[in-house]
Design a protein around this ligand. Sequence first.
Ligand code: DGL
Length: 265
Amino acid sequence: MTRIGLLDSGLGLLGTADALFHLAPSADLVLAMDPDFTPYGNLSPAELEARALNSAAVLADWEPDAIVIACNTASVQALEAVRARYEPHIPVIGTVPAVKMAAGTGQDFAIWATPATTGSAYQQNLIDSFAADLTVSKIACPGLAEAINIADIPTIDAAIDAALDQMDPGMETVVLGCTHYGLIADRIMAARAGAITLFDSPIPVAKQTLRRIGIDARGIGPDHADTGQVLATFASGRRVRLPASLAAYPAGNRLLTREAGPGRS
Ligand code: DGL
């Protein structure tokens, strides 16, 4: 039985969970969100490390085959610390902005991310390493992840407009450097009449996770049975049901159907 733990501040882990169920439909997932310390984008590096270690410990109790840090902000600050604690016993997979993929297009691009990721040395190193010859706009989107957690559509749309306004004229490529933002990819595309190319992380991170565990995408379980469940969800260490706000997003609705135990009341 394959079991994978994912951590994020909130609903940002939905996209990666959804990608894992798509690629490995018989795998089970355990989710650790951290609403008491949301948004991660406003935390210091030391606080982020402490929170990521805390959620990783909650997940490690379930003896997962891998732990996925489904959060750019926690990964850029705390991946090393979580790896140092759990590898090689439990592989730890991080999520970082898809700068290398976007740079491969040869087009100038923007990275939308939390204030913490935008100001991180990690993100700057990615730009210097893979996109030194391109113009890269680093755009912080304060408040956007929180608005996505509660599906506050007017605030989401205002944050999208504010981010688009900061892009150079003619810039049409956006790296989603926060896992929450993939949940509103449709709204971002619609705001520019489809003229935007997005680079997001869930599928590459899910594939990398399955590689680290040593299984091929769609290659686990007898007959690839579609039996995978969300075994448990935690909110800052407390066992909870999946939050109702998931229903605002297609990936969230798919996850709700996989929640183990009695249905939502
Ligand atoms: N989902 C997170 C990320 O990928 C952070 C959201 C937050 O600020 O809490 O960066």
